[in-house]
Every structure is written in C-alpha cells, then in structure tokens.
Design a protein around this ligand. Sequence first.
Ligand SMILES: Nc1ncnc2c1ncn2[C@@H]1O[C@H](COP(=O)(O)OP(=O)(O)OP(=O)(O)O)[C@@H](O)[C@H]1O
Length: 275
Amino acid sequence: MVPSAAPSAAPVLAADDAGFAYRGAPPVLHGVSLDITAGRSVGLVGESGAGKTTVLRLLLGLTRPTSGRILFDGAELRLRDREQMRRFRRGVQSVFQDPYSSLDPRQRVGRIVSEPLRSLGLAPEAGLVRGVRGARGDDPRVGAALEAVGLPAEVAGRYPHEFSGGQRQRIAIARATVCDPRVLLADEPVSALDVTTRVRIVDLLIELKETRGLTIAMVSHDLSVVAALCEWTVVLEHGRVVEQGDTAGVLGAPSHPYTRQLLASVPRLPAADAS
Ligand SMILES: Nc1ncnc2c1ncn2[C@@H]1O[C@H](COP(=O)(O)OP(=O)(O)OP(=O)(O)O)[C@@H](O)[C@H]1O
C-alpha cells in the first residue's frame, strides 16, 4: 500500500456538494464532495452503478453538475469559459478503460499522441505535426512521451492495430501525458487488460507519479489497484460518499459497513512479481 502523502496547498480539482441527474431520470449523485490535490492520488470505489464514472465525467468537465460545483484551481469550472477550459485541458487529462476503442484506428500513433499539443495550440508549427513528419513523431515531445511510457519513439509511425491492449493503453497514457498535465483522470484504466499486463500498467502509472509528479484520480473496481496507486480513497454508495480518507485507513480499517462489504467482494491483484 502506498504511504500517505502530505498534500500541498489548495486542490487542483474539487467536487463541492455536487449532485447530478441524467435528463429525465432521478438523481444519481447526491452532495458529492472530494478534493484532488497535487501529490495525493485519489481512488474512487464503489459497486457498479454507484456513480463513479458520473463523478469522473463531472470532474472532466464533460457535463455540468445539476447542483453544487466543480472547482478548478479554486474557481468554478465554467464549460463556456474558453480560456479557463484551455487551462483546464492543459492541466487535466484523461485515460479510459478500453484501449481498443479509445484510439482512432486510422491515425498513426504519432498523430494520436500529439493531438493534445495541437488542440491546445502547443504545437510549435502546425505543419510539423499535421504532416507526415509529425505523424512519425518528429515533435520531440511525442517521442519523449512514448519513451516515458516504455515504447520506442519509432512506434509513432505505426497504427494502433499493430499493438496489444497493454501497448495501446501505454499509447493512450502517452497521449494524456504529452502536454505534462498535473492531473490524470482515469476510468478503470487497467480493467480491460489481462492480469500480467495490468500489473505492468499499474507499475507504469506509479513511475509516472514518481518521475513526473502526476496526480491520478481513478475509478477502479479493483481495490488492490487503488491501494497500489492512490493515497486517498473515496467510497461511493448509491451516489453518496459514505467514507473517504487515507487509503491505508479506508482499506485497512474501513469504518463503513459498505466499504467492508466491498473489501470482501473484490478480487485482488496477484503479487507484483507477475510482471
Ligand atoms: N447516460 C445515462 N443516462 C441515464 N442514466 C445513466 C446514464 N449513465 C449512467 N446512468 C446511471 O447513473 C448511475 C450511475 O452510473 P455510473 O456509470 O456513474 O456508475 P459507476 O459506479 O461508474 O458504474 P460502473 O462501475 O458499472 O461503471 C447508474 O444508475 C446508471 O444506470
């Protein structure tokens, strides 16, 4: 289990008493409050349907809470504020569960990985990353991002179908980290992978936390993945936070019966030597 880290100052991202209802449906989140603070990665756990992905969608600015607020650097996230959203996208990136559907099969890896640089206007000259040279990863940040996830820079010229699920998830992580974000929001980033690959990707995320100061906020069914990656754990039941605290405390000595039930039911990762 990772040791508890002392968070620095104000949260980068926070949900403040956030509620949410899908259109025409009853509320699925009720008064959710949590902080994502630099240096303190957060695991969001709970049974299927508890509302974990919905919380992540709110934190990602994909949808607005129906009550309460999402705060970015202390200011309410306003999806129509272009300048704020640009800063937000620079600081907060995401990785999803399925590495097979999250990468455009028609694009070369170099172009996929460089997408945030283009959409954030961080490409030095548009032609360099739009053209063939860029697609081969000529932007040094693309090669560096690929190497940081354990892939050679040369893979920039290849297509996603040439890679395994674990390698594709590495490519997705390279895309999410190429612009050096502060926070990575991840929805079940390893659950589509086989057990051995899962351990390797968890190890990669640990390394990115340590070497790049990345803070992760992650949804996972697998409490052992949360224990490996997150200093703070938030437990959701039926759209409500029933318990949150240091991961060591929440998973080691849960105070809520629902957390105890989750601990009893979720399968564990095998020992790390499986990698
Ligand atoms: N697009 C949608 N329209 C209506 N209801 C939805 C929609 N997406 C999710 N829900 C409902 O919202 C609730 C929370 O769903 P959510 O996907 O956030 O839970 P979750 O904890 O991430 O579940 P899982 O672990 O199965 O992914 C569930 O009752 C779900 O049925």
